[in-house]
Design a protein around this ligand. Structure first.
Ligand code: NAP
Length: 250
């Protein structure tokens, strides 16, 4: 089955973790995938993996935290592929851990720039391109921390709450115009973002927050993103879906 046949699909932050799995699943379902990331090595290796499996993918480097790079990315996609139907705004960073009263101001600016403004800049240029392409959909990567707080992560929590609000506002605006816009909220997932900054003790503490008793896999998040990106989710817009092993149900 090729549920994304003939679709042109962009994934940001696609060189690692969740974005990598989304790009691989999109390609396996027949999409022409634009693997975009700030990190060239990871992005290129994902493209090689997709090509080796018989899929279609190219790497385009872009820093999503700047409006002009998002505009250039979308322009290049239209020039090379003539359309854009699907975008997964996935690029994100964790930021340092500190209480709000001590949070480094420059770190706040960076986390907001990548995790919130980056999603807005993405949609700002993707939406006109998707409209010109005859419609499509957008999936924004939020988090369980877009719904609840987490000590030490004020910037990340604020940005992810913002992503959900932004998703809802845009979904309302484009509901009748052929663009569905949704957000996904993973629990803690085994990716470099989480594992790079974790010792065994904090890993156990995180696992204990998930009623399923484990952290998630990137592929489990990508499965939900794929569904939302396909016509199987044809009446779904402005929605936020958890994929969190029960984290938010506690
Ligand atoms: P990851 O493995 O670190 O992958 C993120 C990718 O995005 C990396 O290749 C990273 O490059 C890239 N990136 C960082 N800043 C960028 C920018 N300004 N422009 C373009 N690319 C950029 O992270 P992940 O865990 O898969 O996270 C993906 C998304 O899921 C993020 O939005 C994250 O907040 C969200 N999420 C993750 C979890 C989790 O537990 N992992 C849970 C909830 C939500 P570098 O490696 O060079 O930084």
């Amino acid at each position: 089955m090729s549920i994304l046949k003939d679709k042109v699909a962009l994934v940001t932050g696609a060189g690692s973790g969740i974005g990598r799995e989304v790009a691989i699943k999109y390609a396996a379902e027949g999409a022409q995938v634009i693997v975009s990331d700030i990190a060239e090595k990871g992005g290129n290796s994902v493209v090689e993996e997709i090509l080796a499996a018989g899929g279609k993918a190219v790497f385009i480097k872009a820093d999503t935290s700047k409006a002009e790079t998002n505009e250039a990315l979308v322009n290049e996609i239209i020039e090379r592929f003539g359309a854009l139907h699907i975008a997964c705004n996935n690029a994100g960073i964790g930021g340092p851990s500190a209480p709000a009263g001590e949070y480094p101001v420059e770190a706040w600016d960076k986390v907001i720039a990548v995790n919130l403004s980056g999603v807005f800049y993405g949609m700002r240029y993707q939406i006109p391109a998707i409209l010109k392409s005859g419609g499509g959909n957008i999936v924004n990567m939020a988090s369980i921390l877009g719904k609840v707080g987490f000590a030490g992560s004020s910037a990340y929590v604020a940005a992810k709450h913002g992503v959900i609000g932004l998703t809802e506002a845009a979904a309302v605006e484009y509901g009748t115009k052929g663009i569905r816009i949704n957000a996904v909220g993973p629990g803690f997932i085994k990716t470099p973002l989480v594992e790079s900054s974790m010792d065994e003790e904090s890993r156990k503490a995180l696992v204990a927050l998930h009623p399923m008793g484990r952290l998630g896999e990137s592929a489990e998040v990508a499965e939900l993103v794929l569904w939302l990106s396909s016509e199987k989710a044809s009446f779904v817009t402005g929605a936020y879906y958890n994929v969190d092993g029960g984290y938010l149900a506690r």
